[in-house]
Ligand binder design. Structure first.
Ligand SMILES: *Cc1c(COP(=O)(O)O)cnc(C)c1O
Length: 430
């Protein structure tokens, strides 16, 4: 199937999943197997030497996972993909081939809270340092570069503040610094934004969210654009130097634009081990078939809910890039022309007490810590996800006492609005 000639929705249904050649099964089979029988000793040796492609052991590769990898690579406009057990596992896997003790990442200060935890508290234990910068001014990335910088890390649409990064400007600075730009595209999904078109090198996803789409399956992915020259700067010896685990094989010399993806299976998944379960890959494939339909509805509903809340007397502010007075509205029009996503925050007058009364009063919304489900979700970050922080840290993270985060689902929009209406009324009743 030639990918170039089909539209996004067609590829969402077909890419990576032809009828099963052995049985004719039209749906993708779940290859629930740990290992694969070798043809003979020579083929086994060639597989272990990476001289031929095939399946050895499902920690490294699995045919159901391979179908998801092909679909995600196609939808993002990339060359290869590696799926992982969660979004966070994918982030570690994505950085692993680039980093070494003493190496530095420059990352946006407005990342998903869990990603900032990784950067600030866990990566230093590997000897990796993260410089956290305000991404609203792309020049901050340039100022943070040192000879040890190996990667830039941003989110296309950041969770939860609705912050949109100027991907093209930051990609230009990354290119000048000789480092890859990693973009977490979880909240936008490739239906809203394809960061590789703007110069991103690597895309990471929590497929747990919109891609699987129904809150059933943890998963993550790394998509490689295949466009980065890993040999040029001498900064990436794991990819463009001799690999001791494979008799000194040089991945970039041997595999060219597939070097990064082969390395992340043959070394990353093999040695770190965060493989995705084939059943989760299968559910995510099923989810992606309706990605375009769902995102269209998610965005349309979120736009109407944001407009409704912006006029509500009990609401102090609404932070949604789809509203014309939002700080990121112009960037949204450039990078997310089909809609500003379905996750946003708003502030209630009356602060903390009113905030927790709203989450206790909703009926249709689910009060929980997830996003990107077909169901509408709500959380009060100050009393939950951001509880461990100080008041000042909470405000800096966009999680002050009055903040509520919504992930708008695909239900009938009037029902979503009616639920917020009754919850706000109960919460503000004297
Ligand atoms: C949820 C999320 C992650 C982490 O993904 P998990 O699948 O929960 O490990 C990373 N980045 C963003 C933007 C997220 O929303």
């Amino acid at each position: 199937m030639s990918d170039k000639t089909y539209g996004f929705e067609t590829l969402s249904v077909h890419a990576g999943a032809a009828p099963d050649p052995a049985t004719g099964a039209r749906a993708l089979p779940i290859y629930q197997t740990t290992a694969y029988v070798f043809e003979d000793a020579d083929q086994a040796a060639a597989l272990f030497n990476l001289q031929t492609v095939g399946f050895i052991y499902s920690r490294l590769t699995n045919p159901t996972n391979a179908a998801l990898e092909a679909r995600l690579a196609t939808l993002e406009g990339g060359r290869g993909c590696t799926v992982a057990s969660s979004g966070h596992a994918a982030q570690v896997l994505a950085l692993f081939p680039l980093m070494a003790p003493g190496a530095e990442i420059v990352a946006s200060s407005r990342l998903y809270g869990g990603s900032l935890q990784q950067m600030r508290n866990t990566y230093p234990k590997f000897g990796w340092a993260a410089k956290i910068v305000d991404a609203d001014d792309p020049e901050n990335f340039k100022r943070a570069v040192t000879p040890n910088t190996k990667a830039f890390f941003i989110e296309s649409l950041a969770n939860p503040g609705g912050v949109i990064s100027d991907i093209e400007a930051i990609a230009r600075i990354a290119e000048a610094a000789g480092v890859p730009l990693l973009v977490d595209n979880t909240l936008a999904t490739p239906w809203l934004c394809k960061p590789i078109d703007y110069g991103a090198t690597l895309i990471v996803h929590s497929t747990t969210k919109f891609l699987s789409g129904t809150g059933t399956s943890m998963g993550g992915a790394v998509v490689d654009s295949g466009k980065f020259d890993w040999a040029k700067s001498g900064k990436f010896p794991s990819l463009a130097g001799p690999e001791p685990a494979y008799h000194g094989l040089n991945f970039f010399e041997s595999f060219g634009d597939m070097a990064y993806t082969f390395h992340s299976h043959a070394v990353g998944l093999r040695d770190l081990g965060p493989s995705q379960a084939p059943f989760n890959a299968w559910l995510t494939m099923l989810g992606i078939e309706t990605l375009g339909l769902r995102m269209e509805r998610h965005c349309a509903n979120a736009q109407k809910v944001a407009e409704y809340l912006a006029k509500h007397p009990a609401v102090a502010w609404v932070n949604y890039a789809g509203l014309p007075d939002n700080k990121y509205h112009q960037l949204a029009r450039k990078y997310l022309p089909k809609g500003a996503g379905s996750i946003f925050t708003f502030g209630v007058k009356g602060g903390y007490d009113v905030g927790i009364k709203v989450v206790d009063s909703v009926e249709l919304f689910s009060h929980l810590a997830n996003i990107g489900d077909a169901k509408s979700l709500i959380i009060h970050p100050a009393s939950t996800t951001h509880r461990q922080l100080s008041d000042e840290q909470r405000v800096a993270a966009g999680a002050g006492p009055d903040v509520l985060r919504l992930s708008i689902g695909i239900e009938t929009v009037d029902d979503i609005i009616a639920d917020l209406e009754q919850a706000l009324e109960k919460a503000t009743k004297k």
